[in-house]
Ligand binder design. Sequence first.
Ligand SMILES: Nc1nc2c(ncn2[C@@H]2O[C@H](COP(=O)(O)OP(=O)(O)OP(=O)(O)O)[C@@H](O)[C@H]2O)c(=O)[nH]1
Ligand SMILES: [Mg+2]
Length: 425
Amino acid sequence: MFVDSVKIHVKAGDGGNGGSFFLHEKYVAMGGPSGGNGGRGGSIIFVGDEGLSTLLDFRYTRIIKAERGQNGMDKNMFGKAGKDVYVKVPIGTTILDANTNVVIGDVTKHAQEVVVAEGGRGGKGNAAFATSRNPAPEYAEKGVPGVERDLQLELKVLADVGLVGFPSVGKSTLISVVSQAKPKIASYHFTTLHPNLGVVGVGDGRSFVIADLPGLIEGASMGAGLGIKFLKHIERTRVIVHVIDMSGMEGRNPVEDYQKIRNELLQYDENLGSRPEIVVANKMDLPSSNENLSKFIAKTGIQDVVPISAYTKTNLKQLVYKIANTLDEVKKLKPLEENLQEVVEYNFIPKKPDFEIYRSDDGYYHVVGEGVKKIFERTNFENEASVRFFAKKLRDMGVDKKLKELGVKNNDTVYIFDYIFEFID
Ligand SMILES: Nc1nc2c(ncn2[C@@H]2O[C@H](COP(=O)(O)OP(=O)(O)OP(=O)(O)O)[C@@H](O)[C@H]2O)c(=O)[nH]1
Ligand SMILES: [Mg+2]
């Protein structure tokens, strides 16, 4: 089964909490604060792997989690970091945030790494907060939660060359005789249900990757047949090899076949019109092919048709050379990366204000925003010192000032996420 689109959930490890401890040593009545920092949570990292060709593994693993960091311990011992989780993905995988559709990364090379969910930082232990004014703080930070998000993974085959054409024209037969690929070949339409990749050695040291794609039919760009699902793979190939069954068997008309497929490609993406195309006349071993080829050239005006027989392996070397030469020309003009979607850096997050305050219809104040959330998540509300620290941070951030500007009075209710506070000046 070929899986080229899948939605998964990732949850990086939370940072361990900072410890809040005091040294209790023999004969020392009250030692100093000694809570160590919490460990970092494990991150989730995707790694390009050329041995994989589908996203099938994700069918069975829809949720990926990394370990949390260990809590900070007594005697200034730091918690251990959570282990990072490495997940192999095929080359050509685009990773998107499923909710925003922002591209997180494009895996285009073997061993390339993309951090898809970063582990949370560990909280600082109380030892880290000792100052001359407060030599014995009880306060310790909580760890930062690890990034949690839904991901959409899209696999687009990364081949140099894509074989396109109607069903049964001989695309799979062709790839099977020019490469090691062993796709299914049969006389019924839509034998090929997913792209097959093969590496073609030219014989002079050059090589290229060719993709055998499922057959296209009229209306493919609108979803007919296997349709649009596979047209997207053609987007990323540098050269299109358009295979035509020149025998005209089954009542087929090679000229019409050519024009229909061309039309579907253009309907799908007009940029495909300028992609270099090599027209291949296949099944030249059959009786009517020669005559049809002459007519084809006369009607379409395309002089440069490569006649072959995949079945009798005729003229394949000439075709392979022609493809390799065309690729060399294209590579000179345009590196493959230019065809890829623009990559948005993982760390790029639009800057939002630290907090925002709004008033709901019932008269309550609500404080929201990323900055406040960060502090909120690190606060242990069962610990008084920690809560005091939280209040101070909000004041420093300007939340109190803004609330007063908005008319808040003593004892008014202020919501900060799911917690209710009373405003006290
Ligand atoms: N006579 C002759 N038959 C061929 C040639 N190439 C392929 N065939 C036959 O045509 C039929 C279809 O071949 P495939 O290679 O499966 O065709 P395809 O284009 O991959 O078809 P789909 O996967 O359905 O799109 C098979 O029965 C092949 O044996 C050729 O050069 N000459
Ligand atoms: Mg096929």
